[in-house]
Design a protein around this ligand. Structure first.
Ligand code: SAM
Length: 296
């Protein structure tokens, strides 16, 4: 078949985000997402969010896949029960409020994915484009966004969309690149895809998510992204977090984010937020966070 058919087949066979929805990595990714979008809201000019690997949009935490994984129990469930200092409480409130809005009843029954979280923060002038290749997830996402004129779900390969959709006509906004990392070459694709998009739209904000299992791969990615942005340390933040020692066959316990053109307030915000996530997200006090600027 065509490359697209092959990608589709591999995607369907291998990846279901429902297993991981609301886990530690989702929580941190989505807190950062919300901080960036909250910053973009400070100016009245319209922004656009481009979510290249969007997922199903809403995850049923009682559903078979989420229940079997149970990863949300040590992620969003812990966070909802945590007490934060006043400044950190204020910084994470917009995120927790969105999660609560999806759970009007008592307890936690569902978890919103990145496109629904982004949608919750769009003002009337803002837009969202979400790519999802897997038909079942895409159908769920379309249903979740029900005839929303501000949000567009597209049946397009996220890597193709990445270069096709930048720069957006608003010339302000965020690109979230959150691939499933099921293919061996996903790190290279991420570095290459980002570099091409950044060349077309150097003023955009970008968030790249990656699993932190192999140090070589993650350092190469950070170096590649640092070089693509011209080696300027203020252009890229690298956040890595580990919640437990990694075991060979266990679930992922460490992940990272590269944030290009971060809001100038983000680093200081994360320095406040991250220490207060160590206890709720760490397994037995084993959480570690690393936040640094990436040079060339
Ligand atoms: N960004 C989502 C969130 O934070 O809630 C999670 C996304 S999940 C890690 C990755 C998604 O990418 C999966 O739903 C998968 O079906 C989809 N996918 C895989 N390959 C794709 C491709 N080439 N283009 C677009 N979507 C793809």
């Amino acid at each position: 078949g065509t490359t697209r058919e092959r990608t589709l087949r591999e995607t369907i066979m291998n990846y279901r985000h429902a297993f991981h929805a609301g886990n530690f990595a989702d929580v941190i990714k989505h807190i950062v997402l919300v901080r960036i979008l909250t910053y973009l809201q400070e100016k009245p000019a319209a922004f656009r969010v481009i979510d290249t690997h969007a997922g199903a949009g809403v995850y049923d935490l009682g559903g078979e896949e989420a229940a079997r994984g149970g990863e949300w129990l040590t992620g969003i469930a812990r966070l909802m029960q945590s007490r934060f200092s006043d400044p950190v409480g204020a910084l994470v409130a917009p995120y927790l409020d969105i999660v609560r809005a999806f759970n009007p009843q008592r307890g936690l029954l569902c978890y919103p994915g990145s496109p629904l979280i982004a949608r919750a923060l769009l003002r009337p002038q803002d837009r969202l484009v979400a790519c999802e290749l897997e038909p079942v997830a895409r159908k769920q996402l379309i249903d979740a966004l029900r005839r929303d004129v501000q949000a567009n779900v597209v049946d397009l390969d996220g890597w193709t969309a990445l270069s096709a959709f930048v720069p957006p006509k608003e010339r302000r906004g965020l690109v979230l690149i959150d691939p499933p990392f099921e293919h061996k070459d996903e790190f290279e694709r991420l570095a290459g895809g980002f570099a091409a998009a950044f060349a077309k739209w150097p003023s955009g904000c970008y968030m790249l998510w990656y699993p932190a299992k192999r140090r070589r791969a993650t350092d190469d990615l950070a170096r590649g992204v640092g070089a693509a942005v011209g080696g300027r340390a203020d252009k890229c933040l690298r956040l890595e977090f580990s919640v437990a020692p990694q075991t060979p066959d266990g679930p992922l316990t460490a992940a990272g984010l590269l944030i290009v053109n971060p809001p100038w307030t983000l680093k200081a915000e994360l320095k406040l937020i991250l220490p207060e996530l160590e206890k709720p997200l760490g397994h037995g006090g084993a959480a570690r966070f690393r936040l640094e600027a990436v040079g060339g």
